[in-house]
Design a protein around this ligand. Structure first.
Ligand code: MRU
Length: 367
């Protein structure tokens, strides 16, 4: 498939009907590009829970639009306060680790609570959802620029040879709205003609790397290679990785980073091989309430079927096949926590900082 996806976003308000939100249903990429319409807040909740949309910033934006859809439905409910609270709790529970979700829902709830008139609530909620979406687009673009500045010394050392970047999961535009977080510096470098090559961890069990990151990079013409998740350490030992850049689902105020399961192992290998390990994230991904990521970040546990089965294309159909013995139990933690001391730098829309409280606080003094 080689669709023109240059100007497409991962989520948008329908051009035909402002009561409908459209998303790319990411479950079928890269083999099928399917656009889905969300018409009720429950549609948004299901899209997040079943991972039609995924990635921390996009989950937040989808939840913000979900609150808007709830405002359209509120007229049918006599106790509006109770309804909005139910919706907010329902959306927040749909995926527990990415903090962008609660952040976006709480922003909407705070706004709705200041207003009384139903039409006013609808208008205000739509404009806040659009604002959150626009902010995330702008944040990602800035992350791209700050990230590129950070990479310049490494690029200079390569003397025209491609810079080899390893990434895990999908922290690209599909996980955000545009640009991506981890991928934004890659796009910025590529646009300037700086040669880069990306090692893409396949990212079992759902293969967001092999399916989504590889597809995005391919569409942008960025050289990349998909690798099994266990390959990174070997590549690092042999000088084939110049740096790692990953995204985050929740980062503590002390710099501990929750990201897709397996990120921690890459950070350990990078540390052992003295390779910079960068985490790109917008401000919405910080959880300012917590300090100890390992103890305090809730880690989503998903259905073990995602581990036991694998999805792919077979004779033009997307199918799932069983990998393990049917009776073997499996466990499926969605995320792990990389402690701050393994993170070389955080790349945010306000600049680059060290992964510690003082340095983060210099960029985000209001928290
Ligand atoms: O389970 P997913 O696909 O939602 O996990 C996504 C990730 O772990 C991303 O790396 C993270 O959300 C950062 S997205 C810019």
């Amino acid at each position: 498939m080689k669709d023109n996806v240059e100007n497409i976003q991962s989520i948008w308000l329908s051009r035909e009907d402002s009561k409908i939100i459209e998303i790319i249903d990411q479950r079928f990429l890269p083999h099928q590009l399917i656009i889905e319409q969300l018409k009720t807040w429950k549609d948004s909740e299901r899209a997040i829970r079943e991972m039609h949309v995924r990635g921390a910033p996009l989950i937040g934006v989808t939840a913000a639009y979900g609150m808007y859809l709830a405002c359209l439905e509120a007229k049918a409910h006599s106790n509006k306060d109770a309804f909005f609270l139910d919706v907010a709790n329902g959306l927040k529970a749909s995926r527990p680790t990415a903090v962008n979700l609660a952040w976006a829902v709480d922003r909407q709830l705070a706004l709705i609570n200041t207003l009384k008139n139903a039409d006013e609530i609808i208008t205000a909620s739509l404009s806040l959802a659009k604002k959150i979406s626009d902010e995330e687009i702008e944040n990602c673009a800035k992350i791209g620029q700050y990230g590129l500045d950070l990479l310049q010394p490494l690029i200079a050392k390569k003397k025209g040879e491609p810079l080899n970047i390893l990434t895990h999961c999908n922290a690209g535009w599909l996980a955000c709205v545009q640009h991506g977080t981890a991928t934004a510096p890659m796009y910025a470098a590529h646009q300037l003609g700086i040669p880069i090559h990306v090692w893409v961890d396949e990212t079992r069990p759902r293969n967001q790397g092999a399916r989504l990151t590889a597809w995005e990079l391919g569409q942008a013409g960025i050289p990349h290679t998909v690798i099994p998740d266990n390959t990174g350490g070997h590549l690092m030992q042999h000088g084939l990785v110049d740096c790692c850049i990953v995204g985050s689902d929740r980062t503590t105020r002390t710099g501990d980073v929750a990201n897709k399961i397996g990120t921690y192992l890459k950070a350990l290998a990078a540390h052992d091989n003295k390779i910079p390990f960068y985490v790109a994230l917008p401000g919405s991904t910080f959880d300012w309430e917590i300090r100890d990521g390992v103890k305090e970040i809730p880690i989503e546990e998903r259905n073990s079927k995602e581990v036991k089965f694998i999805q792919g294309l077979y004779e033009k159909n997307i199918i799932k096949v069983l990998v393990s013995p049917p009776e073997s139990p499996a466990v499926n933690f969605g995320f792990d926590v990389t402690p701050a001391h393994l993170v070389t730098r955080l790349i945010t829309e306000r600049g680059v900082c060290q992964a510690n409280e003082a340095s983060i606080n210099e960029l985000f003094p209001e928290y």
